[in-house]
Design a binder for this molecule. Structure first.
Ligand code: LUZ
Ligand code: MOS
Length: 752
């Protein structure tokens, strides 16, 4: 089945927040953000701005009727700054005017008297000054203190990864419309309708039922709208509450890049120890995470880094600690992988470091140490149904490591100016929200009396095609044509208390709820048919829209049985709840079984570096990926391809730069480069792993959103290999992104 939105997307007919027809009297907002990264507000002068014709009102923290607090995990973030500002662009005032243009003009007329305080930009400075979001968190396994003496090889080093701008095509936005009795209807480009509703209610001092959040779809999110759609949504709610007029706020690209957080940059020191036979027996890492000025989702991202500290390997003695450092940057936030890519980059760097020192290919170390059934993860979960051996063998059979590596060697032997490099990037990604409480979803399914079907879930469509998958699930369970089924908007009055669409889990959680609802409805239709035909229920099935008895078609169609049930006053509506079984986690001891299953895979990346220019091309990415039993291979391949390219962007070209005053310098598409069609790999081959799938995955089709992002890490190491082939003086260091500048420096590095 094709993505149901593709036709409307290419015709420009799909509706996003900014496309919702404007209600008469709508006002437009623009946010006034802090001009400096850290300071005390002495005076905010709005006189000139207020004088501008067309300005309706400029809202500040003084206008907030409830609590001026939008923190989701830790209550440390004001909606509108009161006396101190902690990052450049932090919202201080919300200008509401009759047009966006006027609001923008008014913004320039705001005058602020602000006393500058020293900003902290780097994690090292934050750590030195003990500026943390929360106490450090440590996961431990084995006896790290006493295992080093058993190691034949010990290496220490540093691994650094940069931030990443989400660059969703649709910027943050929201549109709020007043309803009767203080109620508000809110259209928001959010991954978490309930997050926006709950925090909106808190700030306005209203019960949640006064705020109805409706989401049709997002133009991309990648985690950037899991928590950070909130401020913009709540600002429009606040303005509606005050003015009783519809209010719309769509961030310009420039405001969006300046005011929102990004992927967390990490700086990590690691120590790795191996036995004589090259088993990794000890791994220790201190991760310094740059959280920015407020917690946002950093505590949860911290957790996912720790859960993925050992990636696809079994290591019996581990100590991993994350320091979530508080700096004067916009609060960093969820971004595809949610801290796991940062963690995995570190262990892969440590392995590469060890391999270089020992003088063997990293692939050999990777193979020797692969996780197996029965191994214990650092956090106590016992590995089961591990597919890594299967993955490795499948890759070997399809691609031949020898062939791939030999082709690179031969090329390098016969070329001076161009060099190739190859690398292997495995992934083991835990599926479930790490916060056990969040792993639930609901679905509301109506069968209308004409046989058409409407489904509401908590899933937010953001381009990942979750709505298409929901239709597939319902169509399969009810055995009806997909064109009978419509997916409704995600709306808090139809499906309440939702978890955000995140953690790669949306199709699993909401799909299982749809499955349960459809199974219940099917049972009612079967009972109705049994009564009508006067046969036992167990002889009846519904197959391709026809009732069958003992496997033989009857004359009763889907439409007839639906109508029959309706006439007999049988409910044609079902509301189902699904909560993931078996998962649990005890934070007091940092042990448990947090993931319902894992997704495994391997990418082999080959690159060619132009050793004169420092530029590179990704020749190919050859992948074996564990989809389980994919319910939609086309869509899932699309997720893998997108994730690979996004991961390569993070590792090789996307470079977030703040100056020492905390000003974002990479603030436009002209100075922040994301992969385009020209930088995409020459080929991406995807071999689906042959496997039974997992019962906890929707129809055994495993989660696919985030795990393949890890494959992008392969590009970093492959480029390093190519540089080493050109320059034997090059010392590989593990600082990403590997931009052309850095490549060039490596190519012509004179000595160690
Ligand atoms: N969001 C979240 C996530 O709240 N918890 C998670 O574990 C998670 N994992 C990946 C992406 N978003
Ligand atoms: Mo996310 S990083 O919003 O799954």
């Amino acid at each position: 089945m094709k993505n149901i939105d593709s036709k409307n997307h290419v015709r420009g007919k799909s509706i996003f927040v900014d496309d919702i027809p404007i209600v008469q009297g709508t006002l437009f907002g623009v946010v006034y953000g802090s001009p400096i990264a850290h300071g005390k507000i002495n005076n905010l002068n709005l006189i000139e701005a207020n004088k501008l014709e067309g300005v309706i009102q400029i809202l500040t923290h003084k206008d907030i009727p409830g609590v001026n607090q939008i923190g989701a995990i830790i209550l440390d973030e004001q909606l509108l700054a009161e006396s101190e500002v902690h990052f450049m662009g932090q919202p201080i005032a919300f200008i509401v005017a009759i047009s966006e243009k006027i609001a923008r003009k008014a913004r320039e007329l705001i005058d602020i008297d602000i006393e500058e305080l020293d900003p902290i930009i780097s994690v090292s400075e934050a750590k030195e000054k003990s500026q943390f979001i929360m106490p450090p968190r440590t996961f431990k396994l084995g006896d790290i203190e006493n295992c080093w003496k058993d190691c034949s090889y010990v290496y220490e080093g540093k691994a650094i990864t940069g931030g990443q701008e989400h660059l969703y095509l649709e910027t943050q936005g929201s549109y709020a419309i007043p309803q009767e009795n203080d109620s508000i209807k809110l259209f928001s480009s959010t991954q978490g309708p309930t997050v926006v509703q709950k925090i909106g209610a808190r700030v306005l001092g209203l019960p949640m039922h006064k705020i109805e959040v409706d989401v049709v779809r997002l133009g991309g999110a990648f985690g950037g709208k899991e928590d950070q759609a909130t401020a913009w949504a709540v600002l429009t709610l606040l303005a509606v509450h005050k003015l009783q007029k519809p209010v719309k706020l769509i961030l310009s690209r420039h405001d969006d890049m300046h005011m929102t957080g990004k992927r967390h940059p990490y700086e990590t020191t690691y120590k790795i120890g191996l036995s004589k036979d090259l088993k990794i027996i000890a791994f220790e890492a201190d991760y310094l995470q740059n959280a920015g000025a407020a917690a946002d989702l950093s505590p949860a991202i911290t957790e996912r880094t720790l859960f993925h500290a050992t990636n696809s390997y079994f290591i019996p003695n581990v100590k991993a600690t994350v320091y979530s450092c508080k700096t004067n940057l916009p609060p960093n936030t969820a971004f595809r992988g949610f801290g796991a890519p940062q963690g995995i980059f570190v262990i892969e760097s440590a392995i590469k470091h060890a391999a270089n020192e020992i003088g063997i290919p990293a692939r050999e170390l990777q193979e020797i140490n692969l996780l197996q059934d029965g191994d214990e993860f650092t956090y106590g979960q016992i590995a089961q149904k591990v597919e890594l051996k299967n993955i490795w063998e499948t890759a070997q059979n399809n691609f031949s490591f020898y062939k791939v590596e030999k082709a690179v060697c031969d090329f390098n032997d016969s070329n001076e100016q161009f060099k190739k490099g190859v690398s292997f990037a495995p992934v083991t990604f835990g599926i479930s929200f790490t916060n056990t409480m969040m792993n639930h979803a609901r679905a509301l399914v109506h069968i209308y009396q004409d046989g058409s079907i409407g489904i509401s879930t908590g899933a937010v469509e953001m381009g990942q095609s979750v709505n298409t998958k929901m239709i597939q699930v319902a169509s399969k369970v009810l055995s009806v044509n997909t064109n009978r089924i419509k997916i409704e908007s995600t709306n808090t009055t139809r499906v309440a208390n939702t978890s955000p669409s995140a953690a790669s889990s949306t199709a699993d959680l909401n799909g299982k709820a749809v499955q349960l609802a459809c199974e219940a409805l099917l049972q009612r239709l079967i009972s109705t048919a049994a009564k009508k035909l006067d046969v036992e229920e167990n002889r009846i099935e519904l197959v391709d829209e026809v009732i069958t008895v003992d496997g033989k078609s009857s004359s009763i169609t889907w439409e007839q049985i639906v109508l029959e049930a309706f006439i007999n006053r049988i409910s044609l509506t079902e509301n189902s709840h699904y909560g993931t079984p078996v998962i649990k986690f005890d934070k007091t001891i940092e042990k448990g079984h947090p993931f319902s299953y894992y997704v495994y895979g391997l990418a082999i990346t080959t690159v060619t570096v132009d050793c004169l220019r420092g530029t590179h091309e990704i020749d190919s990415v050859k992948i074996v990926h564990d989809f389980g039993k994919s319910i939609n291979q086309e869509i899932d391949n699309g997720q893998v391809e997108g994730a690979v390219v996004q991961g390569i962007g993070w590792m090789t070209m996307e470079e977030i730069v703040y100056d020492e005053s905390g000003r974002l310098k990479s603030n436009a598409l002209s100075n922040y480069k994301i992969p385009d069609i020209y930088s995409a790999p020459g080929s991406i081959e995807i071999i689906p792993l042959k496997t039974d799938g997992d019962e906890n995955a929707i129809l055994k089709s495993k989660a696919v959103g985030e795990p393949p992002f890890i494959y992008g890490i392969g590009a970093f190491f492959a480029i390093q290999e190519a540089i080493s082939a050109f320059n034997s003086n090059y010392t590989q260091d593990f600082t990403a992104p590997m931009t052309p500048e850095k490549v060039l420096l490596g190519l012509y590095q004179k000595s160690n």
